[in-house]
Design a protein around this ligand. Structure first.
Ligand SMILES: *Cc1c(COP(=O)(O)O)cnc(C)c1O
Length: 442
């Protein structure tokens, strides 16, 4: 089957140029580092558009399909603009994400608002800016949303987020569909929720069911199981309440290749499993084919991004590891310290054919856990070298912090030898711009 972009380790335009330096989007990474400074997030537009098209062509076999991008993986105005241009809607989880995609020009009717504790203000904003669907997570929210909708004299279109009770083999913190999860209604609670919607919450209109089973998923069977459960529930609700639900949202979760040993399925394989399972279940349970929504994040944006760092100090622990420190770390990429995530890197200004050393890449932040990559083979790293860490497009910038009061890194979009800033580097003034010294301390 056709390979797809999420199965690659590096952006599709990555190569060594005649100077021997790595380039992406025909931009020399060493020159980018010089021009913009490091740490620098670099996003390759070609890779991003390729993967959007992979997804669209993979799912084109199902007639009623709607692609959304899970904004939480990387939410900036320029990235949202590209996704919008590619025809994607958005899955958003906060007022901040909602506002960003809105300002970027997203079609708000193609936006779904998700989350397990949406606030009154966020629900109000969602109604005011015309978010297409709200995925209701719990009984408290049903009640709150109905109140907000009523006070605005609106009927709000909703999905119910359900917990299908599927275990997938990924890190515990990124599993979401197992039974004892903080997300969604348990299967045993659906009837009560539906009764409330039909009988009491007259400002809510239920369109379908939503689930998301986890992230960095490599098995395809979990999607089959998830769809079977969703379709079965839709058929059961029709039987019991004479309720015609015509939307199912299967979430995101497809994995990517962080290291050579990761072998994620392609978007084509995932699409085949999802469409086949959907067609089979529709047949088996005798419902009308619903509109299908998918909302991947990581598998769209991860491979598009790399982070450039400048190598600084280096030390050999006697009888221990050799640590090479870079000018970033857990504040721009918290995933290694949070999830023991693994990454691959190369030195942008040194060819791989030089003699290799095993080193450990340490971050600059004041935590022993701030290690970006353990035991990686690189050509002798020296002070001033530019390290390129692959697959940092997803959940890096979006999880970044100002730990140690270090400015967040800037981000550039590269394409056809052009590089454009899409997020400016924070300045020292930015860092203190929200600080206030109360009068009584003056
Ligand atoms: C996080 C999330 C996604 C995206 O997950 P990825 O693993 O990045 O594809 C999609 N839907 C929901 C509800 C999520 O919480």
């Amino acid at each position: 089957m056709k390979e797809s972009t999420n199965q690659l380790l590096k952006p599709v335009t990555t190569k060594r140029n005649t100077a021997g330096n790595l380039e992406i989007g025909s931009c020399d990474l060493v020159e980018l580092a010089e021009k913009y400074g490091t740490p620098l997030y670099v996003i390759d537009e070609t890779t991003l558009r390729n993967i959007c098209r992979d997804y669209k062509s993979a799912f084109s076999k199902y007639e009623k399909v709607n692609m959304m991008f899970a904004s939480k993986s990387l939410c900036t105005m320029a990235i949202s603009r590209i996704l919008h241009q590619e025809g994607f809607g958005f899955d958003v989880v906060s007022a901040g994400e909602m506002f960003t995609v809105y300002k970027a020009g997203a079609d708000m009717s193609k936006v779904l608002f998700n989350g397990n504790n949406k606030s009154f203000d966020e629900l109000t904003l969602a109604i005011l800016i015309g978010v297409g669907r709200i995925s209701v997570d719990n009984f408290f929210e049903l009640d709150l949303l109905n109140e907000v909708a009523k006070s605005h004299n609106k009927t709000v279109d909703i999905l119910l987020r359900i917990t299908p009770g599927i275990e997938c083999h990924t890190h515990e913190y990124i599993q979401t569909g197992h039974l004892d999860s903080k997300f969604g209604f348990d299967l045993t609670q659906i009837d009560e929720a539906v009764e409330l919607i039909l009988n009491s919450y007259t400002n809510l209109k239920l369109h379908g069911l939503h689930a998301h089973i986890g992230s960095q998923i490599f098995e395809t069977k979990v999607y089959h199981d998830e769809i079977e459960i969703l379709v079965k529930e839709i058929a059961r609700l029709d039987e019991k309440f004479n309720l015609k639900l015509d939307e199912i949202n299967v979430g995101g979760g497809l994995g990517v290749k962080y290291t050579g040993s990761d072998c994620p399925p392609s978007t084509y394989q995932i699409a085949d499993v999802i469409i086949k399972s959907l067609n089979e279940s529709v047949e088996k349970y005798g419902i009308e084919p619903p509109s299908l929504f998918i909302e991947p994040g990581r598998s769209i944006i991860s491979t598009c991004g790399v982070t450039l760092y400048t190598i600084g100090s280096s030390k050999q622990v006697p009888k221990g590891r050799r640590y090479v420190a870079v000018d970033g770390g857990m504040a721009d990429n918290p995933r290694p310290s949070m999830y023991q995530a693994e990454y691959t890197a190369e030195i942008a200004n040194k060819k791989e054919d030089a003699a290799l050393q095993t080193v450990t890449i340490a971050g600059r932040f004041c935590e022993s856990g701030d290690i970006l990559i353990k035991d990686i083979e690189l050509p002798e790293p020296e002070e001033g070298d530019i390290l390129c860490v692959y697959n940092t497009g997803a959940y890096n910038y979006s999880m970044a912090s100002n730990y140690n009061r270090v400015q967040k890194s800037q981000m550039v979009l590269v394409n056809n030898s052009k590089s454009d800033i899409i997020i400016n580097r924070e300045t020292l003034e930015d860092l203190i711009s929200h600080d206030v010294i109360p009068d009584r301390l003056k």
